[in-house]
Design a binder for this molecule. Structure first.
Ligand code: KG4
Ligand code: ZN
Length: 345
């Protein structure tokens, strides 16, 4: 019998995205199309994502994006097995646009609808890109989330740690802002840090050595602000040194948390033949963070799986893929499924 074709829709934040995913040879997930329209330009002037602008931009873009995703896959709606749409967590107005569109398509075509948790999309991405088997450990580090997840199976997620204040990407963005670098800040901080001396400013390594697996970044950001104020007016070299110092401190902090999680993971699953730590979220693009994760994984005897960046950041292929796994497990949602701005995994 034919592998199900799933349309995925993602509109939880500032990316308007649609994709079609199915299974290919040997049952591996197969991305037939994957269209992402980033609203970064719309929000840049405001120094961050503006919810109302995001919702309106989704309304304008989504219809064309869905058409393009179907066209790229050379499919009609009638070929689909189900429609999956992100239903939370995220910006409520933005979520409504994608979920309502998904429901309208499903309702009109008589297809099942799947309400997908955005975090589940990220959490299952290593299965989409690398066919990683359950269970595995996951670090999700984006602008909105910083979590260590144990992924036991579909729908079986254990949150081992989370941030008690800012997300890691948010800390990068706020640091960029206070140093006068543009939004989104992560890539700008990384670029500036390349010419910097990470040891010039002594900065804290938040949570280092803590038993629980949580993160904290707001104290680090405050320490950067204080160092910046003390060094003002800032020359480009000062900014570079502050960026390098922040990035090194953040990487050390993440590596410490992840090393502790990996030890727990190894202790809980001593018989796993190929233990995996997977990463997702935009911060996975950062080479210093990535190197720290590679070192921690190597030490723990765990393979690091880092999906291509386009699938680490927000996209609809991960939503269609989560929909595919749920569809195959026999899960369905009604057209009355709510959108949930807060929806812990
Ligand atoms: O996953 P993502 O694209 O969107 C969500 O937040 O859901 O992640 C965006 C975040 C932003 O905070 C951005 O500054 C950060 O990822 N980021 C980076 C880098 N590239 C993106 N942070 C550090 N270094 C980077 N190279
Ligand atoms: Zn995300």
């Amino acid at each position: 019998d034919k592998a199900p074709l799933i349309l995925g829709i993602e509109t939880s934040c500032d990316e308007t995205a649609a994709a079609v995913v199915t299974r290919g040879p040997e049952g591996r997930p197969l991305i037939l199309s994957n269209i992402v329209f980033s609203q970064v330009e719309e929000h840049a002037a405001f120094g961050g994502v503006v919810p109302e602008i995001a919702a309106r931009a989704h309304v304008e873009a989504l219809d064309g994006i869905v058409r393009a995703a179907l066209q790229d896959a050379a499919l009609a709606v009638s070929d689909l097995a189900a429609v999956a749409a992100t239903s939370g967590p995220g910006l409520i107005g933005a979520l409504i646009v994608g979920a309502m569109t998904g429901k309208a398509i499903a309702g009109a075509a008589g297809l099942p609808f799947l309400a997908i948790n955005h975090l589940e999309g990220h959490a299952l991405t290593p299965r989409l890109t690398d066919g990683v088997a359950y269970p595995y450990l996951m670090l999700l580090a984006s602008g909105g989330h910083t979590q260590i997840l144990l992924v036991r199976g579909l729908g079986r997620y254990e949150r081992w740690g989370t941030t008690i204040d800012d997300a890691l990407g948010e800390a990068f963005d706020k640091t960029a802002k206070l140093l006068g670098l543009g939004h989104p800040g992560g890539p700008n901080v990384e670029k500036a840090a390349a010419d910097g001396d990470a040891r010039r400013f002594p900065l804290p390594r938040p949570m280092r050595g803590e038993k629980r697996l949580d993160f904290s970044f707001s104290g680090l950001k405050t320490a950067v602000r204080q160092a910046a104020e003390a060094a003002a007016p800032l020359a480009p070299q000062d900014v570079a040194d502050l960026c390098a110092g922040f990035q090194a401190a953040a990487a050390d902090s993440v590596a410490d948390r992840v090393a502790r999680a990996l030890a727990r993971f190894r202790a809980e699953f001593p018989d796993l033949e190929a233990p995996v730590l997977a990463v997702a979220g935009g911060v996975a693009a950062n080479r210093t963070i990535r190197a720290a994760l590679e070192a921690a994984s190597r030490t723990a005897g765990v393979a690091l799986v880092a999906p291509p960046l386009a699938l680490c950041t927000d996209n609809a292929a991960m939503i269609a893929h989560a929909g595919l796994e749920r569809f195959e497990a026999g899960l369905r949602d009604g057209l009355d499924a709510p959108v949930r701005p807060r929806w812990p995994l």
